[in-house]
Design a protein around this ligand. Sequence first.
Ligand code: AMP
Length: 423
Amino acid sequence: MIQLIRGFKDILPEETGLWQKIEKTAISLFESFGFCEIRLPIIEHTELFARSIGQDTDIVEKEMYTFLNKKDEFITLRPEATASVVRAYIQHRLYAVDPVQKFYTIGPMFRRERPQKGRYRQFYQINAEILGVDSPLADAQLIFMLVELFKRLSVADISIHLNSLGCQQCRPNFKKALQKYLSNTSSTLCSDCERRKINNPLRVLDCKVLSCRETMKDAPSIVEHLCEECSRHFETVKDSLNDLNISFEIDNRLVRGLDYYTRTSFEVQTGSLGAQSAVAGGGRYDKLIESLGGPSQPAIGFAIGFDRLAEILAANNTDVCCKPDLFIAALGEKAKTMALQCSCALGLAGIKTETDFSDKGLKGQMKKADRLGSGHVLIIGENEIVEGLVVLRNMTTKEQVSLPIDGIAENLKSIFAENKKSL
Ligand code: AMP
């Protein structure tokens, strides 16, 4: 038996209804905030990720799925979407039309992490990115939109964690302060942080290993090292979020795992997920576009962990996508032919219809209709065909009515619409 590759998973039909609902809610919200969809390839040149995410990050150091293609070029299954969004913005000179571009994109990402609940090797993200705007008001607007999505999906128990990572001017000072702190402490760090403490000491701040957390308890805070401009930016983000009634917590440990972040960084955490508590994360990346060869344009974005969001909502999920409105039970060969005609006509009319073309008797077909959760069954028998009639059975009230076969689609549509109204 060939099984799934470790860390990969199937999203089965019983779950896809919920996935579609999340997707539709996000798309409708993002579009009303002026975002347009961009679809990007899942494979890019390795260099794109190495240069943007950063050489000393977990993702680039050990988690990327990288292959040599036939031309001996390194290509990588994308571990995240922002780098590709920026590449497309530069490659297609989208900034020349208007430097301000707002995109959303939804799709799979690949990271070779240790698989566990909430952490997969192929997982899905919903991204929204604003390119070309440096105003802190855009940061607040983006976070507002993210929070609104969680509200519309009725996700309870979320908290917004907010930090500023400074800029190229002030971050080096903070880095030095951290390095100094780390060189003066005798506590033990995990092997990864021992390595990072020289090149990427910021990453030690958000390491989850207990001994590292303990070591970093009294570490200097980045907020105390922000330059005047970064400080002002951060203050405006906080004030604007307050004005928009968005609650947040300042979290000076929030450095995020990707090197390209500058200034505002944020994460949405939830109590409903256990160890993997981050359901979305994002921040500014004001230098990324330029560093990838584009114009000097600032940007900000977020990525929602689609799988984790679906896991939170799964407990109360009733959005089964394949539940039919109608099941056609046909008795006898002629009736089956009629069932085929009817199912095609009803499908075209937008009525979710299921038919069983096997030789089951009426009892077996009714059982199947029940198992599928069909609201109604249309019974077609040989006698009824002669009379030009079919029987419609309401599976909840058990009421049955005879209806003419002629005009059945229109007839059913108005019956279902009436039923919906009276619900
Ligand atoms: P990141 O791109 O690392 O900032 O992650 C953004 C969001 O994607 C996180 O908050 C998670 O919800 C989700 N995420 C990241 N890595 C994984 C993974 N391996 N499996 C499932 N979800 C993930």
